[in-house]
Structure formats: structure tokens, C-alpha cells
Design a protein around this ligand. Structure first.
Ligand code: PMP
Length: 425
């Protein structure tokens, strides 16, 4: 029986779509390694790792085995008043790899929820302190932190979803997006807006929320580690917590295990997700320091006020634990370095296209920034015809493939990118 696309079109929402004029969707029946198989048998090389998550590729034998073994014991059990081995093992592994000073883990059910929890942590921490007035946040323009309300409130106020929900959203402070590219000499004036805002308003500020080094869906911008280092120092100076959203960047994607490692800093609160479960199941985590946890526990509520039904789902924890074991083996370092080198070589020619404004590569992320927004549906179809799965948005054509991609597969992705910007291959 074939997948009922007419039913899908009439009844099922896809991300960010209209029910009146839905964009085409492609029926996928299986996925293996770095390839998706469509219902008509066509195979597509995957340039997305399913939105950064499937870093080890699809249908991985060790991940399959971990989830199957757990399934035979227990698919799910509530986490209130109960614990289980998959959660304990996963948190042990996670704490052993994150930047120093993070000691407590909250297992959340998606990236957006991990950000919501991080914000609750920061607000509860200051409520319990002698500075209860610290209840506002600072975030960066061009940032993206998820689609739930508190997460939207710290996403870019113009390009994000602010304008349509602005009357419902808490009002925070926005800084200009860091104007200091990763590979350029650091421009010290880029940090001045943060220094000035903190000097003026720090009594009201609970936390600075940012995506370290790579601003993802707000523009795929890579900024200088020195900005992050100085932001950490300013947060310390003005008693402001630093929340690092590593949901996209965590677990090797930028060439370091965590993007914070580029600047050698630790945040007070860290969000991870996406690649945490190797792309198998929805799972995220919010980690914090002893100090933040102590403050929250002294707050009026007496604890952290969050507890979803599917918290610490054992299947998700078991597969995440297997994924982190693969990360801990360390092959990703050589894989990501090789991807970076190949992307640099094979995407650089795109600058010759009049449609391309900028080409950026960091770790296993390759970005073509176009002068104009692209026609997503048309370009998507062209990519499928070329045998690749690349999902552009706005004025960005970008890839972040599974780390296990072969040089030949990656060459097919970069060739397709060169072709769609009008080069001959
Ligand atoms: N933060 C960042 C940096 C992200 O890239 C995303 C997902 N695109 C999120 C938060 C939200 O994660 P989720 O889609 O799992 O809710």
C-alpha cells in the first residue's frame, strides 16, 4: 500500500506549513547510513542529518541494538518517584563530557522544552537570592531557541515569530548579532553593546541566553570565540547567568565537542538536544552548576518546577547512551575535520555565482548565503532530481550531514549545491 499523500495534504500539518497551500512532501520509506529511500525507490544522500540530529547516520546497528534491548525490558515508566538505569547511565556519560562545572541534569523532551527549563532555572535561581528583581533576559538578534513561548521570546525579534505573538510574549533585551566573524581578527567593539547593557541594567538581568559560536536558524552565522569569552567574563562581573543553547552545536558538529570549547568557557546552564539521541527519539537535557541547583532548591517552590509525562523516557535514554558511547570513542573528530576540509574546497567555487553573497564553513556545517530568499519548493524538487536531500530556508542553502558521510557522498551534496547556484558542477 502506498503512502496516502492526498490524506496527508488534507489533514496533517508539517513544520511551518499552510493547510490551504501545503508545499509538496516526499514519502520516505526507509533510511540507511547517509541515504533516505523514497517510496518510488529513489535514494537521496542526506545533507541535513534530519535537522542536525542523526550524526551517526540512520539505522545504526549499535543504536538499534540499544533501543531493542531496552524495549524488551520497559518502553516507558514515569520519572516522578522512580528512577532507572538508562537515565542514570546517560547522565553519567553526559556529565563526563560537558564543559567543567555542570553537575546537575534535567532530562527534557525536546530542545524547546530544554530552553524553557533553562529559563525557569535562571528565574527561580534569582527569586531565591537577595536579588529577586533579576527576572529579565538578554539574547542576541539572529538567535533561535525554539518555538514555544519562552523560547520564542528570546529568538530574533524581527525575523523570528515575535511580531505575530508579541502581545503574548515577555519583553526581554536584545543585543545586535555579534559582528565578529569566526575566522576574522576579533573586533573588540562587537562586545560593547553587551558591556553597556549590563552596566546599565544588570540589576534586572537574570541571564544572557545565546547559541555559542554558531547562530543556527536565525541566519547560520559563525562568530568569534573571543566574543563568547568576553561575554562569560561580563556575566561574571555583573552577576548574570550564562545560558548556552548547544542544541544544534553540541556533540562535535562545530569541530569541538561543544561550541563553548572553542572559547574554553563553561556556561552556568547548558541546553543539549538533537544529536543527544543520535537522532532516534525526541530527547534533550538542561544541565546546570551546583550553585544554580542550590539556588533553585532554596526558592519558594522548593524545587525546579517542571516534570513532563515522558521525562527521561527509557528508550530515548538507552539510545542516547549508545550514541554518547559512539561520540566518546572520538571518531567524530577526524570525521568532522575531514568534512570541514572537503566543504571548504568544494563550496569555495560558489562565490563565483552572482546569486551567492557568502560561503561559510565550520566543522561539519556548510552554508551558502544567497542575496535573495530562495524558492524552497522549487529548489527542493531540483535537489531531489539531483539525488540529494538538502532543505534550504530563507536565503540560506546549507548542509550539516551525518558525520559518517563518505567523501564521495559529500561530493555529491556539494556538487548539487554548486549546480543550483548556476555553476556547471
Ligand atoms: N535551540 C536551537 C539552537 C535549535 O537549533 C533548535 C531546533 N532547531 C531548538 C532550540 C529547538 O529544538 P526542538 O526543535 O527540539 O524543540
Amino acid at each position: 500500500m502506498s503512502i496516502d499523500l492526498a490524506f496527508d495534504r488534507q489533514h496533517i500539518w508539517h513544520p511551518y506549513t499552510s493547510m490551504l497551500a501545503p508545499l509538496p512532501v516526499y514519502p520516505v520509506v526507509s533510511a540507511q547510513g547517509c541515504e533516505l529511500t523514497l517510496e518510488n525507490g529513489q535514494q537521496l544522500i542526506d545533507g541535513t542529518a534530519s535537522w542536525w540530529s542523526a550524526v551517526h547516520g540512520y539505522n545504526h546497528p549499535l543504536l538499534n541494538e540499544a533501543i531493542t534491548r531496552q524495549l524488551s525490558k520497559m518502553a516507558h515508566v514515569m520519572f516522578g518517584g522512580i528512577t532507572h538505569q538508562p537515565a542514570v547511565t546517560l547522565c553519567q556519560q553526559l556529565l563526563a563530557m560537558v564543559p567543567a562545572g555542570l553537575t546537575k541534569v534535567f532530562l527534557a523532551d525536546s530542545g524547546s522544552i530544554a530552553v524553557e527549563v533553562a529559563i525557569k532555572m535562571a528565574l527561580q535561581y534569582w527569586q531565591a537570592s537577595d536579588k529577586p528583581g533579576k527576572q529579565k533576559l538578554i539574547s542576541l538578534r539572529k538567535g533561535y531557541h525554539g518555538d514555544t513561548f519562552a523560547a520564542m521570546a528570546v529568538g530574533d525579534p524581527e525575523d523570528g515569530m515575535h511580531s505575530m505573538f508579541s502581545r503574548m510574549l515577555p519583553q526581554h533585551y536584545f543585543l545586535p548579532a555579534p559582528d565578529c566573524p569566526f575566522n576574522a581578527v576579533f573586533d573588540a567593539t562587537s562586545i560593547a553593546p553587551l558591556a553597556n547593557l549590563l552596566a546599565a541594567e544588570h540589576q534586572q538581568i537574570a541571564a544572557l541566553v545565546l547559541e555559542p559560536i554558531v547562530q543556527g536558524y536565525g541566519g547560520m552565522r559563525f562568530y568569534h570565540p573571543e566574543y563568547l569569552r568576553q561575554a562569560r567574563a561580563l556575566c561574571d562581573q555583573y552577576q548574570v547567568l550564562l545560558i548556552a543553547d548547544e542544541i544544534a552545536t553540541g556533540f562535535g558538529r562545530t569541530g569541538r565537542l561543544f561550541a563553548c570549547n572553542h572559547a574554553n568557557i563553561s556556561p552556568d546552564i547548558l541546553c543539549v538536544g538533537k544529536a543527544l539521541s543520535g537522532g532516534y527519539l525526541t530527547l534533550a537535557a538542561t544541565l546546570c552548576s551546583d550553585e544554580v541547583a542550590r539556588g533553585i532548591s532554596l526558592s519558594e517552590a522548593g524545587g525546579l518546577m517542571h516534570g513532563p509525562t515522558f521525562m527521561a523516557n527509557p528508550l530515548a535514554c538507552a539510545v542516547a547512551s549508545a550514541s554518547l558511547s559512539l561520540i566518546a570513542k572520538g571518531d567524530w573528530q577526524q570525521q568532522v575535520a575531514a568534512i570541514e576540509q572537503q566543504l571548504n574546497t568544494e563550496l569555495a567555487p560558489c562565490l563565483a555565482s552572482a546569486e551567492v553573497k557568502n560561503v561559510r564553513v565550520l566543522g561539519a556545517i556548510g552554508v551558502l548565503e544567497m542575496h535573495q530568499p530562495v524558492d524552497v519548493a522549487r529548489l527542493q524538487q531540483r535537489f531531489v532530481e539531483l539525488g540529494v536531500w538538502i532543505r534550504p530556508f530563507n536565503n540560506l542553502i546549507y548542509i550539516m550531514p551525518p558525520f559518517i558521510i563518505s567523501p564521495a557522498q559529500l561530493a555529491q551534496l556539494t556538487k548539487a549545491m554548486r549546480l543550483v547556484v548556476g555553476l556547471t558542477g
